[in-house]
Design a protein around this ligand. Structure first.
Ligand SMILES: Cc1ncc(COP(=O)(O)O)c(C=O)c1O
Length: 359
C-alpha cells in the first residue's frame, strides 16, 4: 500500500536515528560533558548549564493540548521557519525535486528551497478584489517532481484567507502526489475556520502554526508542525536533537497558561479592531488606491507612490515594508497593525502624502 512517505527522500528514510544520552533528573550527570554549575545570572528552572531535552517533550504535550491535536501529530520547531526548512529538506532531493508556491507569498519558501537545491514552481495568485488562489492554475503548474505545495492562509503579504473550498480542492488534487502545507501563521487573527479537519484522514496535509504572532513570542522562536503521526515521526528524525533552547521552552510553557492566553486573546481582539480602524482611515487618504481585505495582523496597501508613504513613515521613525522584487506588489506597502498610538502616529505621518496625480 502506498504511503505519504513514498514522497520523502528515500535516503533519509533509511537514516539511523540519533540515540540521546539518558536523562534522569535524580542522577548526577557525568554523561554529557556539561558544566556542573549554573551561572549566577541563570534564573531558568531547569538550569542552562545542562542541555535541553533532545526534544521539548513537555512543550509538545502543552502545544498539542492547545491546538487540539494528539501529541503524535505535532512537531515543535524553532519558529515555523524551521518547519518549512525541515519539510523541504525531508521531501526534496537536491537538483531533482521541487516545491510549488502561489506568489505573492511568504518568501521563505523560495529561500529554503534554494538552500536545499529544490526547484521552485509558481502559480501566481489572481488579483481581483483581493489576491485569489486559482486552483486550476496551481494544479496545472505542478510538475512531476513537485513534492510540496505551499498555501499560506491568511497569506503574507497580501493578508487575505483563501476560501475553504479552494483549499479543499487543492488538498484533493494533490492527494498521493505531493504534500500540501497550509501555513496558518496568522490564523488567530482571522475570523475563519482553521484547517485542522484535514489532519484526520489526509496524511498528505500539513499545517504550520507559530507562537511568533498571536502570543507575542517572536523572539522565543517557537512553531508547531501538525501532520499525520507518520509524517511527524519521519521529520522528527530529520530535525537535529537538542536544538530547542531551555529559555524558550520555559517561556512558551508560561505563554500557554490560562492567564497569559487570556491576555493574548484580548490583544488579538484589539489588533483586529485596530486593523479595521486603520484600514478605513488609510483608505480615506488621497495617496491610497486600495487597502486589501486582511485576516492577519497587517494590511497591504496599494498606493500611488508607496515609496513616498514609506519615506513619510520613516521620517516619523516608523518602519513599513516595501516589496521591490515582487512585480505584483509594485507600489504596495505592508503595514503591521500596532498599538493604537502607533497607528495614530502612522496615520498622521502619511496623511500628508498626496496623490502624485495631483498638482
Ligand atoms: C506566513 C508566514 N509563515 C511563517 C512565518 C515564520 O514565522 P516564525 O518562524 O517566526 O514562526 C512567517 C513570519 O513572518 C510568516 O509570515
Amino acid at each position: 500500500m502506498s504511503s505519504v512517505l513514498d514522497l520523502a527522500r528515500p535516503e533519509l528514510r533509511r537514516l539511523r536515528p540519533y540515540t540521546a544520552g539518558a536523562w534522569e533528573p535524580e542522577c548526577i550527570r557525568l554523561n554529557a560533558n556539561e558544566s556542573p554549575w549554573r551561572l549566577p545570572a541563570d534564573k531558568s528552572e531547569r538550569g542552562l548549564n545542562i542541555y535541553p531535552p533532545p526534544r521539548p517533550f513537555a512543550l509538545r504535550s502543552a502545544l498539542a493540548r492547545h491546538y487540539g491535536v494528539d501529541e503524535e501529530e505535532l512537531l515543535v520547531t524553532r519558529g515555523s521557519s524551521e518547519a518549512i526548512d525541515v519539510l523541504i529538506r525531508g521531501f526534496c532531493r537536491a537538483g531533482v525535486d521541487g516545491i510549488l508556491i502561489c506568489p505573492p507569498t511568504f518568501d521563505m519558501y523560495r529561500l529554503y528551497a534554494g538552500i536545499q537545491g529544490a526547484e521552485v514552481l509558481a502559480a501566481p495568485l489572481a488579483e481581483r478584489d483581493g489576491f485569489e488562489l486559482d486552483v486550476d492554475r496551481a494544479v496545472a503548474a505542478a510538475g512531476q517532481h513537485t513534492k510540496i505545495v505551499f498555501l499560506c492562509s491568511p497569506n503574507n503579504p497580501t493578508g487575505g484567507s483563501f476560501p475553504k473550498a479552494s483549499i479543499d480542492a487543492v488538498c484533493d488534487a494533490f492527494a498521493g502526489r505531493a504534500l500540501v502545507v497550509i501555513d496558518e501563521a496568522y490564523y488567530e487573527f482571522a475570523g475563519t475556520d482553521d484547517h485542522l479537519r484535514h489532519l484526520k484522514g489526509c496524511e498528505h496535509v500539513v499545517l504550520l502554526r507559530t507562537l511568533s504572532k498571536c502570543v507575542a513570542l517572536a523572539g522565543a522562536r517557537c512553531g508547531a508542525l501538525l501532520a499525520s503521526p507518520e509524517v511527524i515521526e519521519f521529520l522528527d528524525g530529520v530535525l537535529p536533537p537538542y536544538t530547542f533552547p531551555t529559555p524558550s521552552i520555559e517561556l512558551v510553557l508560561a505563554a500557554l497558561a490560562q492567564d497569559s492566553l487570556r491576555v493574548s486573546g484580548e490583544r488579538i481582539a484589539l489588533i483586529k479592531r485596530e486593523r479595521e480602524r486603520l484600514a478605513t482611515a488609510l483608505f480615506d487618504l488621497p495617496g491610497v488606491v486600495k487597502v486589501y481585505p486582511s485576516d492577519a495582523n497587517f494590511l497591504l496597501v496599494r498606493a500611488r507612490d508607496a515609496e513616498a508613504i514609506a519615506e513619510s513613515a520613516r521620517q516619523a521613525n516608523i518602519l513599513v515594508r516595501l516589496f521591490p522584487s515582487e512585480p505584483a506588489l509594485a507600489n504596495c506597502v505592508r503595514i503591521t497593525v500596532g498599538r493604537p498610538r502607533d497607528n495614530d502616529r502612522l496615520l498622521r505621518a502619511v496623511a500628508g502624502v498626496e496623490s502624485i496625480d495631483e498638482p
